[in-house]
Design a protein around this ligand. Structure first.
Ligand code: ZN
Length: 246
């Protein structure tokens, strides 16, 4: 009986290492596996921070994973397992295709990914995998916040300041005139929320200044009217229409 497993963890928790380990173990037993990855690993390899790597198939935003595996079953005669790295970036529809790979083709799927974004909400792909998976496993690697508490939340920083708005995927410096240095770190929830609150406060102040400049609301003591279009929406509210990668 094939199963769909979703293993999640923070950055640096060893998800790719574990994906590579399963890939290696199954191949060593003569089984046929497909290793897939996405986006920032788009050079077609899955590599672990510990120095191991293997060739992988890059899944595009529009790839049909069910078709990919079905065709491979036809050409190779069999596929025993699909191992997916960076599965948080998969579109929810692609996660449903993985469930069909399990149910209709009888192929095991091992998906690995982050659970939440730097904005502290679930990646749409990870949410769908949590809903569909037969097994959900959190990788228990003891990463620590700078304060010493267990680090559980991914934070993005621009020029050293935590941010909660911006594109879901930023790979390095985007090169624009306003682009700062983008870095990531792991924090405990309390420090993640402290930084996120400060970042949201800075955004509202910015909006308040703009509103005052426009002269619409000269009374600064009143409530700030915020244009909903200018406040970052939670990812899951926009992901269905704009795609998982934007
Ligand atoms: Zn902390």
């Amino acid at each position: 009986m094939a199963t769909l497993g979703f293993t999640f963890g923070t950055m640096g928790s060893g998800k790719s290492t574990q994906a590579l380990q399963i890939h290696h173990n199954l191949r060593a037993r003569g089984l046929t596996t497909i290793l897939t990855t996405q986006l920032d690993r788009a050079d077609g390899r899955v590599s672990s921070r510990l120095g191991v790597s293997a060739d992988a198939e890059v899944v595009e935003a529009g790839s049909d994973l069910f078709e990919l595996v079905r065709q491979r079953v036809n050409t190779l005669g069999r596929v025993d397992a699909v191992i997916c790295d960076e599965a948080q970036f998969y579109h929810p529809t692609q996660c449903e295709q993985l469930a069909r790979v399990v149910d209709d083709l009888g192929v095991d799927v091992y998906a690995f990914g982050l659970l939440t974004t730097f904005q502290g909400v679930m990646f749409p792909g990870s949410a769908r995998l949590m809903e569909l998976a037969d097994r959900r496993t959190e990788i228990q690697v003891e990463a620590r916040c700078w304060c010493g508490e267990r680090a559980t939340h991914n934070a993005r920083f621009v020029d050293g300041k935590q941010v909660v708005s911006g594109k879901m995927v930023v790979v390095g410096d985007t090169g624009g005139p306003t682009a700062g240095e983008v870095t990531y770190d792991l924090l405990c929830r309390a420090h993640w929320m402290e930084g996120a609150g400060a970042a949201r406060g800075a955004q509202l102040e910015l909006l308040d200044d703009d509103v005052a400049r426009l002269g619409d609301h000269p009374d600064r003591s009143g409530p700030i009217e915020v244009d909903p279009d200018r406040v970052p929406q939670p990812l899951h509210a926009t992901a269905n229409t704009s795609g998982a990668n934007s």
